[in-house]
Design a protein around this ligand. Sequence first.
Ligand code: ADP
Ligand code: MG
Length: 702
Amino acid sequence: MGRLASLFAPDRVAVIGATDRSGSVGHAITSNLRDEFSGSVVPVNPNAGTVLGLDCYDDVQSVPGTVDVAIVVVPADIAVDAVTDCGEAGIDTVVVITAGFSEAGSEGAARERELRAVAEEYDLDLVGPNSLGVMSTAVGMNATFGPESAQPGPISFMSQSGAFITAVLDWANDRDIGFRDVVSLGNKAVLDESDFVAEWGDDPETDVILGYLEGIADGPSFIEAAREVTDDTPIVLVKSGRTEAGASAAASHTGTMAGSERAYEAGFDQAGVVRVDTVQELFDYAGILSGQPLPENDSVAVVTNAGGPGVMTTDAIGDTALSMASFTDGTLDALGEALPDGANIYNPIDVIGDADTERFAEAIDIALGDPNVGAAVVLACPTATLSFEELAAATVELQDEHGLPVAASLMGGDSTRAARAMLSEAGIPTYFDPARAVDSLDVLREYREIQACEYAAPTTFDVDRERAREILRAAADRNTNRLGVEAMDLLDAYGIPTPDGEVVDSPDAAREAAERVAGDAGEVVMKIVSPDILHKSDIGGVEVGVTPEAVRDTYEDLVARARNYQSDARVLGVQVQEQLPLDDATETIVGTNRDPQFGPLVLFGLGGIFVEVLEDTTVRVAPVSESEAASMVDDIESAPLLRGARGREPVAEDAIVETIQRLSQLVTDFPAILELDINPLVATPDGVRAVDVRLTIDKEEL
Ligand code: ADP
Ligand code: MG
């Protein structure tokens, strides 16, 4: 076990604030603890001689001998002092049940800062505050004030909501779902989800880590911690509490589209976490992940005694990444021999309604023996000839013999109860609804893929960081936090290709610049440069195909349109830019913004002026590795457009992938960059070019 061994396997637990006053938290915890705990309980309370008949001490420092864990239940105004006493007494693991911290206004937030400082000073492993407590079935410890104790089992469970724990335990106990450790995270002042993921990843008795989270304290460290454990231990999380606050304040396309929901989606994905939406899925998947082996291939055999449900199951398989197995000739022959006329030997195998257990079991046996089959669903409806219990016994035996994952759907009520218990006992999940059996098998597939995932380090490109810093500083000196095409050199410093261009501040200078940057066609693109104009095209601030003769007038026009749009708009000048041929080009977007939990994100998608209408984008937490960047191109729906749909020549995908990585490096190097859009990044068969850039910086970070 890891660092938190004493939290989950203590010999001696002190309850600071223990009391005989029934109905109080101090009383509930003390009596819960006393009930089944294999260690000893020490009540601490200066106003009581004994609590529940146990000798009580005035303060934790006067408790003789070693205390492994202190549970703090005293009122908020003395809780920090109580924790300090623990530190002084040499106790290094503390669970703060007391509420009235950061969840309770600014006074509470200040108190939480004090608490954190004390924890740091004494190097405490601290759970909470505002926690329901912790449980460990290995030592029979229920150090919570909830009404239910967990039953022993292979699941370790953390929850940011204490109430959710009491609800889940009540429900789980009804279904014989057992736990190893349970933690109510509370406000996560010190220990957070990353710590418990790491702890349980090291615990051989924890088969699956489950969590209910409302937020992630520190996205990047969570990703790091999770990646360490998902090779051995699956992590299944339900995350609630969607906030779009970040998105609504955003000034960039990326900011609008990369909301915090997408950050979580990306972060959980990159961490190798199985993310679910419902409590039902949380426990369905925990059950199968702890009870069944992983499939070696994604082909599923369905064995049923009822045609209709067999078709439903086939449909459900079609909705997942699994497929219906096609059987070998040997299997078909064997099934033909074993089953009567009228049975279906093709997948889904229908042993038909008059099947007894023997026929049903033989079909399962043959199916599981087929080399094409990776997993099976056993699907049974009640009939006069079938005994659910016998079928369950045969299924358990055959699953064990063949070593392939099996999920069962027994479509009945009370008559299936005993059979369900037998299957569950053997680790085979059973559901009424066959779609749930299929979804559970699909999660085994998902976890197998997570396990196979190799996490490569991001590439570090040779860039001119100093020049980038100077460009950002120069903007800060102009007292602006918005930069546009005048900052094109920033991209250049990080090796992102840009067309020739220059920002000029007079019609004559524009004419000269046009001569320098114009390509063979002789035409240029001209753009207004103003920190007050976010979307240049929207106000007529971009002119393409400007001939040399028209350059001067266009300069005047662009400035006039800017003034017309906003009379006091700051105009830095006009950019004269090389015009790129767009015939075989696709406009893409590469961007970044910052998520409060996960830090910098990178976004890639189909770009141009309709980017927010099309919304075909994908997001990752930065920094991204080469394979993560490549997977972003795979992700978008328009990927075929980049890869040569309708006779077009494919664009240089590797140049896109490199640009994503270089941008990822830029935003990782400069926390001052809050948001940045390269839109469009023009992609052609020859490479990419960034023709427009916009960013928001935080001057304080420079
Ligand atoms: P904004 O996004 O502020 O409206 P852009 O610089 O992105 O301004 O220009 C808008 C559109 O004009 C681009 O999506 C692209 O289609 C076209 N465009 C801009 N610059 C060039 C260029 N150098 N060569 C060819 N087309 C361009
Ligand atoms: Mg643009």
